[in-house]
Design a protein around this ligand. Sequence first.
Ligand SMILES: NC(=O)c1ccc[n+]([C@@H]2O[C@H](COP(=O)([O-])OP(=O)(O)OC[C@H]3O[C@@H](n4cnc5c(N)ncnc54)[C@H](OP(=O)(O)O)[C@@H]3O)[C@@H](O)[C@H]2O)c1
Length: 252
Amino acid sequence: MELNLRGSVALITGASQGIGAATAEAFAREGAHLVLSARQAEQLMSLAGRLKQAYGVETLVVPADLRSEAAVKHVVMAAYAQFGRIDVLFNNAGANRRGGPLELDDAAWQADQELRPLGYVRFCREVLPSMIAARRGVIVNNLGYAGRTVLEDYVAGSSAVGGLINFTKMLAEQVARHGVRVVGVHPGPIDTPRLAHWTEDELRRIVSTIPLGRLGRPEEVADLVVFLASERAAFITGACFLIDGGASRGIG
Ligand SMILES: NC(=O)c1ccc[n+]([C@@H]2O[C@H](COP(=O)([O-])OP(=O)(O)OC[C@H]3O[C@@H](n4cnc5c(N)ncnc54)[C@H](OP(=O)(O)O)[C@@H]3O)[C@@H](O)[C@H]2O)c1
């Protein structure tokens, strides 16, 4: 399937490892130029170097702690300075702490909110004016399945993502007439460094809730993101797609 992404510019947050790094590679394979951001500069540089060599794409690395508006603005400005535009934004950086509904204090809630939902909202705000002016652009928000399915011990992540599902739909409606699409992906448990948060026993229990009987691979999420960002998905906006091995129950 021809995705027609060659020469487009994709900005990926949380690109240093896991789903973000796999998505960077998937875009590079399609010939898209990359703007990669996260905190771990060395990992970003090494990924960028490898993808440039393997696929001949241009890369820009902007190391940043994305928990502030200033950092988000800095990344977007650097992208415009290098490429003059952003065609695709993959909002992916996330690191919600574990904890049940009564366990997190105000400071914990507030600290988590900076990266998500606020980081996602800030990136949208920064990239949209130029996407609207160009009448072209796609935003893909990574909204883990915890936003739709109750996960024990993960109230901050579930709450942030639940709100962002509504934000995604609302934004999609507002910008559709300007030629910009906004969509979401709902990954279930995916085999990334993030799973180190769970013990072996917890992981076994999580896998037992997945009808396909295994964890997802970051490359599988990446393929979905790249498809949604492509012209092949031109009639899709305001929708969020589960990629969870069947783990989410219910029809909502
Ligand atoms: N793995 C899963 O099972 C799963 C399921 C559903 C949803 N998700 C979501 O998918 C996204 C990616 O997760 P993953 O599994 O790939 O996890 P991961 O391997 O831990 O990657 C998280 C990424 O976010 C970046 N990040 C974290 N805090 C940051 C900060 N303050 N500023 C900038 N970047 C930051 C990390 O980079 P640095 O450390 O270099 O900053 C890293 O690149 C997250 O939003 C996660 O909640 C994951």
